[in-house]
Design a protein around this ligand. Structure first.
Ligand SMILES: Nc1nc2c(ncn2[C@@H]2O[C@H](COP(=O)(O)OP(=O)(O)OP(=O)(O)O)[C@@H](O)[C@H]2O)c(=O)[nH]1
Ligand SMILES: [Mg+2]
Length: 461
């Protein structure tokens, strides 16, 4: 009680010197910033699209979706609107809905988008009501191409170290089968000749061909991911680099080492540093999206690799940095929250959900180990941003429209509960689903997003 009085007193003093908007800031704004960590195709943009659609419909149409989101009861919501975040392109929510209307998925993201959801709540507490009629709850989200995130760990490595690890990495695991042409190209390449722009371009193109092919075959550990994007703000055509054999990276006087070391330096400075500051900034709420189906579709090794990638990505997590902690956590007495989310959960029958959850828990092990000793709360979730499939004729089946537009039924074998349980050489084909006409109703009926949001807002059970 004492604390409350002290806080009120502080605020009253602060208000005495403020007016207008600033007054509203002191009393009535609660900002939640979310960081979404997700590889390319993991379902970020679709999740945002559904989230906006659900929250809008909840407030504008009074639709009772998201029953578990007790934090924002529709009876208390006065208004909800979306606003851009300064310095970011607005999220193309309407374009995405247009695509869905045409039976297509939103297109892959190629630049950063930011948006705020501002929810205006009626004030219920007697004291607050007297001072101000409403509270704004602001949610900030940033969407970006998944290819960007894989590069953040490169910030902490000098060129030679990155090159050696990338070289070792592409020579192992399932990716080695796609790296043969690249390695052969390097073997035949004459590094005695000077690194002219033309010769650098040849090397970059050959390496990029490897990245593109490996990506198309479900490989997640690909660096630099940003070289995969044709239109990139980093000019990889002129300032690109590739990994080089250790015979070259071990000789710091080698002209090719010097050239790539320099390009790598400008990649870190001009591209990665601002990227980390603008897109992957500090936050106390993180959603880590994981698509397990790509791995299940390919092989057990792909899932192991996904696990490794997520654990590398933990470098982008900024839990417990002193400034952030003293500012946000200690002051507000809050703890950070991390939600690990397996997306596209509608691609399996509901009797397999438990197995999918167990697989997700194993795949996040390495990432979680990073905050073992920190005051972080985490939970695992299964989410469908758009529940495309329906229950089938029996518990092991689902129905959906396939790419030819026919309504078909698929029966599933049990999913492995652990990576070890997945047999060598086996794979689980993923149904090729299309977007149905009634997509909006399906978004609104979506499962899991309410529980996810409730947890992140810190009001979970
Ligand atoms: N069945 C099903 N498929 C989904 C769902 N969400 C996404 N997908 C599929 O996954 C693909 C990728 O989803 P996006 O949301 O575009 O993924 P992203 O993380 O934004 O990808 P990038 O923009 O490339 O980084 C979509 O094109 C769909 O095919 C879902 O809830 N259910
Ligand atoms: Mg996207």
């Amino acid at each position: 009680m004492q604390e409350n009085i002290a806080t009120i007193f502080d605020k009253t003093r602060a208000v005495a010197s403020l007016t207008g908007d600033k007054l509203a800031d002191v009393f009535s704004k609660e900002t939640h910033r979310f960081t979404i960590t997700g590889l390319s195709r993991s379902g970020k943009s679709m999740l945002f699209t559904s989230l906006i659609t659900m929250l809008k419909s909840r407030s504008e149409e009074g639709y009772a979706c998201m029953p578990l989101l007790r934090y924002l009861p529709p009876s208390q919501v006065l208004d909800m609107h979306i606003a851009p975040i300064d310095g970011y392109q607005p999220f193309p929510h309407l374009d995405n809905l247009e695509a869905l209307k045409l039976g297509e998925w939103p297109s892959a993201t190629e630049e950063a988008y930011g948006f705020k959801l501002i929810v205006r709540l009626k004030q219920t507490g007697p004291l607050k009501k007297h001072l101000l009629p409403h509270t704004d709850v602001v949610f900030e989200f940033i969407d970006y191409p998944g290819e960007w995130i894989t590069d953040i760990p490169m910030l902490n490595k000098p060129y030679a170290q990155w090159s050696d690890s990338a070289w070792a990495q592409l020579s192992s695991g399932p990716q080695q089968y796609f790296a043969t042409t690249w390695k052969q190209f390097v073997n035949e390449f004459d590094f005695e000749q000077a690194p002219t722009p033309e010769r650098i371009t040849q090397l970059i193109n050959a390496y990029r061909d490897y990245l593109i092919e490996a990506k198309a075959n479900g490989i997640s550990l690909l660096q630099p991911g940003s070289f995969l994007l044709e239109s990139s703000d980093f000019d990889w055509k002129n300032f690109g680099f590739t990994p080089l054999p250790s015979s070259i990276t071990s000789d710091i006087s080698h002209p090719w080492f010097k050239a790539f070391d320099k390009h790598y330096g400008s990649f870190q400075k001009a591209w990665l540093t601002p990227l980390k500051q603008n897109i992957f900034k500090e936050t106390d709420k993180q959603i880590i999206l994981v698509d397990l189906f790509e791995g299940l579709n390919h092989s057990r090794q792909h899932l192991y690799q996904l696990k490794e990638t997520l654990s590398h990505l933990a470098d982008t997590f900024v839990y417990g940095q002193s400034s952030w902690f003293s500012r946000t956590v200690l002051k507000k007495q809050q703890i950070g929250r991390v939600a690990f989310v397996a997306t596209k959960a509608d691609l399996i029958p509901s009797n397999q959900r438990q197995n999918l959850l167990s697989l997700l828990t194993q795949v996040t092990e390495g990432a979680r180990a990073r905050f073992n000793d920190k005051p972080i709360e985490f939970e695992h979730f299964l989410v469908s941003a758009l529940q495309v499939t329906d229950e089938g004729g029996n518990a092991n089946a689902i129905r959906y429209k396939n790419s030819e537009g026919q309504y078909v039924e698929s029966t599933f074998e049990a999913l492995p509960r652990t990576l070890k349980e997945m047999e060598e050489g086996s794979h689980f084909p993923v149904p090729r689903v299309t977007v149905p006409q009634d997509f909006k109703a399906r978004i609104l009926a979506g499962k899991g997003i309410d529980r996810l949001l409730q947890f992140l807002l810190g009001k979970g059970e």
